[in-house]
Ligand binder design. Sequence first.
Ligand SMILES: NC(=O)c1ccc[n+]([C@@H]2O[C@H](COP(=O)([O-])OP(=O)(O)OC[C@H]3O[C@@H](n4cnc5c(N)ncnc54)[C@H](O)[C@@H]3O)[C@@H](O)[C@H]2O)c1
Ligand SMILES: [Zn+2]
Length: 718
Amino acid sequence: MAKTAKTRTPVDISKLTKAQAKVEHMRLSLEIEVHNERYYQKDAPTVSDAAYDELRQRLEAIEAKFPDLVTTDSPTQKVGAAPARGFAKVQHAVPMLSLGNAFSDEDVTEFVDRIRRFLKLDAEHIPALVAEPKIDGLSLSLRYENGELVRAATRGDGFTGEDVTANVRTIKDIPHTLKGKNIPAACEMRGEVYMLKKDFLELNRKQAEADDTVFANPRNSAAGSLRQKDVAITASRPLKFFAYTWGEVSERPAETQHGMLEWMDKAGFVVNPRTKLCKDIEAVLAFYSKIGEERATLGYDIDGVVYKVDRLDWQDRLGFVSRSPRWAIAHKFAAEQATTILNGIDIQVGRTGAMTPVARLEPVTVGGVVVSNATLHNEDYIKGIGNDGNPIRDGVDLRVGDTVVVQRAGDVIPQVVSVILDKRPKTAKPYKFPETCPVCGSHAVREEDEAVRRCTGALICPAQAVERLKHFVSRLAFDIDGLGDKQIQEFYEGGLVMSPVDIFTLQKRDARSTSRLMEREGYGETSVRNLFNAIDARRSIELHRLIFALGIRHVGEGNAKLLARHYGTIGNFRESMLAAAKGSGDEENTTEAYQDLNNIGGIGEIVADAVVEFFAEPRNMKALGELLSEIEVKPAEQPRKSSPVSDKTVVFTGSLTKFTRDEAKAMAERLGAKVAGSVSKKTDYVVAGEEAGSKLTKARELGVAVLTEDEWLKLIGE
Ligand SMILES: NC(=O)c1ccc[n+]([C@@H]2O[C@H](COP(=O)([O-])OP(=O)(O)OC[C@H]3O[C@@H](n4cnc5c(N)ncnc54)[C@H](O)[C@@H]3O)[C@@H](O)[C@H]2O)c1
Ligand SMILES: [Zn+2]
């Protein structure tokens, strides 16, 4: 589920010709029928309710303009869907209909006006209305004869439903025998089968564990659980029932809607305790907004409020229009928004250390899907500040315990769109974004002009470990043959390699282990020996490769080389950075070591800060120390002062035969040259191998010196 209907640009209905309208009408009808079948018969809708309602509203608009198109076949004239195969059919003595909808306060006023006109009531006379929560489940009709339950049926298409008598006998809320006085000789009592949200979540958890169907929302889950051919399955599902109306009744035990509900309660049914008798429109609207705010705490889903004329003699006079009663209306909640409670804020740490806050919500159904989490993006978002620095949600911050409005449009991740401040608990405190990583405990920093706070524990954070290890062995870092992404993943999951040092102790540990590496699937004696040899070959590593391998933010290959050249040895680098780290907590880092770092040509403040934060985290230093006890780091080769190519910019292009691209680059850089990726006026030499293409052409155009591989070797004196 969770998909919205494909957005087509809808044709403007006011511009349709009759013939076009007929085609569009047919197309919409067919599409709606398909969704009806999936929703009502299979309990597995494929589009959101909002998307479905849009199709229906369009169909209604077309019919309003071209009334000829209204035939008894039209979905606008029908209720639900025919009974599914496999169930015995039951004819309802009184049809089970749908309800008209109101989406705004004006719609409600209009509904009341219509009633007054129909009943010819004078202007002051407002009929009393009963407001009932509109339970989002499926309706059920229960036939009692002499007080005994004899038959239970679903709504089906309104006239014929499915026989679910045996299933219904397993639902505790439904009496098998009616109690109390005034029991009619025959009566059909009706109401809603539903499932509590917590039971639905628990059921889905079990279903998922057993690799069985999971349901989109409590409604589908209630319908799917009731409409089972195997009664034992229904019996195992926690179904509940609220009674709120009736069909055929031989003698009515009351004269009003609320009187009937009281009788039902005494007869042994569960009647919704929030139901309220209202004297005027203000009262029903107040009920609507109050229950809208309490929605999340009800324990079950409601999708609106149903208003019903209280006097039954008036209900009788008002009667029905096509598929719904004239005396009742469903005042729906906005389909894609719902109010719920922010129970907590969790921090998720991404593979690169980014800390993302996630709202933990009291589960609520929005647009047909249960929402229990929403993204909160970053700490500014929680404070009420948008990406552009301007206020969002009127600048209101989010606090744990707040009542919030969540929105879910189409496939978009649910968002918290506003806070109901009246409902803020007195004890709610502004949220304090954590300054340490919840996964590894390292300190977390937020760079200037960045909204994201990140964990600095690059080397040790489990949330980042796999990504970091893959980086550590990548081509420009340790580049270990036979140790790629796949093996890292496997070794990490197997607990063999959790941090860089583990790579170099693998052989020692393997020798002592009872489950040897060579006994693993996909490994043999030779491949394991080769792997250990490849690891040993890297126990001696160039300084710039080590610096790059550490995975410090903003330190790519180029910056790693700049740092290596500047500091020369690992000892010097480490000491200098630890000295610079002493000033990391301060407003301004005034240490000499930091100034020195910041002054390296090509290293800016952002890079310098990232390096210092890495060294300021003791957990990283521990991991680095362990690593250095296993490997030897070669001092950086200082560029020859007077090589023929020092300070020249070189571009290599085409396929090289005398050396690899990486070798060529290393060689040139050792001699003090800069290696660039593209040709410009600043290029001094282009070294062209075979089949050199556009870069060669460009070099010729710009008049840059072009060398063959041999000429290049000659130039540098090799
Ligand atoms: N997503 C899809 O593919 C899809 C397909 C079909 C229908 N739907 C959804 O189903 C709904 C339309 O279904 P509908 O025709 O059953 O109408 P409805 O759900 O809007 O209203 C009628 C129903 O409300 C229920 N109800 C709950 N509490 C009630 C109360 N106190 N008094 C009276 N009735 C009460 C009854 O079951 C009744 O049949 C829409 O929300 C629509 O979006 C979705
Ligand atoms: Zn961490």
